[in-house]
Design a protein around this ligand. Structure first.
Ligand SMILES: Cc1ncc(COP(=O)(O)O)c(C=O)c1O
Length: 360
């Protein structure tokens, strides 16, 4: 069996794989609505969010569709969003705003850089009319876990601006403080830390924030979360959904709950990541960020001298492990390892042994 160490899709558990084989279903039948409602409730329960204040809007699409649905459905026509960039996905948030003509300002950092709080504070002081701040929680480009506590503290100091959070690669394994961080909405997906299959994504939104948007004309037809919320609240769905991936997500959510929830998953991922970090360090392969700067989900490592990414990838693939390339300018200097999915500590120890054979 191939062990996927890329940041999603993940190695499926047998339980989730079997869920894909459940009976065929029409999305207009009550069995589907029951499935949809169960997923919606279970998603809120992960972070103990009360249904009266929060809603989870679940739909067919990859993580980017959740990002695009969130930005286009939550920023009003008179709104202006401050987008913080320090990697590919922060830049994608800006691209979405640009594509939809949404007024925005960008606080840019080089990929991997820590968010500069002094610069953020001056942006907040210069731009008094901001309706939202948009930021990526775990920037998968490098593995950096952005300091949302610090961002929220500054935002609270300067007008308590609601946050639009890309939690695509952190939801289910990292702490998300919905209330404290003043989150208006957060975008995520089934096929990363939740261990479902690709094809289903969701946005968890504060009900008041999204209800306020009912007065604003929708920017998109397919990703209009206001319509989604109204229809899902009344036991319906606007479009045909990917039934099998819904089945898989429902099972994956049960599995997460049975395993003890997000805190247990975080602990498990750290155990795995420590095997990788320590094992690679012994082989002189350093992580690009300190342990306390990264997520438990993915870390990036400097490529060993004299070995190209392609060579490393191909040799590891032959040995049954898929690693992930650095993006853009990092393609020749970094590789990335993710610890999600139904893998074991033993798999990671074997991975280190295979690395040893290649670099020594
Ligand atoms: C932080 C983050 N945001 C968004 C995405 C986009 O997700 P997708 O490729 O499923 O559209 C990813 C994918 O890796 C991600 O890591």
């Amino acid at each position: 069996m191939t062990i996927l160490l890329n940041p999603g899709p993940v190695v499926l558990s047998e339980r989730v794989r079997q869920a894909l084989l459940k009976p065929d279903l029409c999305h207009r039948e009550q069995e589907f609505i029951k499935l949809q409602n169960k997923i919606k409730t279970d998603l809120l329960n992960i972070y103990q969010l009360p249904e009266e204040q929060w809603t989870s809007i679940v739909f067919t699409g990859s993580g980017t569709s959740a990002m695009e649905g969130m930005i286009t459905s939550l920023v009003p026509s008179h709104g202006k969003v401050l987008i913080i960039e320090n990697g590919v996905y922060g830049e994608r948030l800006s691209y979405i705003a640009k594509t939809h003509n949404i007024e925005h300002v960008i606080l840019h950092h080089e990929w991997g850089e820590e968010i500069d709080l002094t610069k953020l504070e001056s942006e907040l002081l210069c731009n008094r009319q901001l309706s939202h701040i948009a930021v990526v929680h775990h920037e998968t480009t490098t593995g950096r876990l952005n300091d949302i506590d610090a961002i929220a503290e500054l935002s609270n100091k300067h007008g308590r601006i609601p946050l639009l959070l890309d939690a695509v690669s952190s939801f289910g394994a990292e702490e998300i403080k919905f209330k404290e961080w003043n989150i208006a909405a957060c975008a995520a997906t089934a096929n990363k830390c939740l261990h479902g299959v690709p094809g289903t994504s969701f946005v968890i939104s504060n009900r008041e924030a999204i209800t306020q948007m009912s007065a604003t004309p929708a920017r998109t037809l397919y990703l209009d979360l206001v319509t989604y919320m109204k229809l899902q609240d009344s036991n319906s769905t606007p479009f045909t959904q990917s039934i099998q991936t819904f089945y898989a997500l429902a099972e994956a959510l049960d599995e997460l709950n049975d395993a003890g929830g997000w805190r247990k998953r975080q602990k498990q991922y750290w155990q795995r990541m420590d095997i990788v970090r320590n094992g690679l360090l012994e082989l002189n392969m350093k992580a690009s960020l300190e342990r306390n700067e990264t997520s438990c989900v993915l870390n990036s490592f400097l490529l060993p001298e004299g070995i190209s990414y392609e060579e490393l990838h191909d040799k590891l693939k032959n040995a049954g492990f898929i690693i992930y390339a650095g993006q853009g300018g990092f393609a020749k200097s970094l590789f990335r390892i993710s610890c999600m999915g139904d893998i074991s500590n033993n798999d990671l120890e074997r991975f280190i042994e295979e690395m040893k054979k290649i670099v020594q």
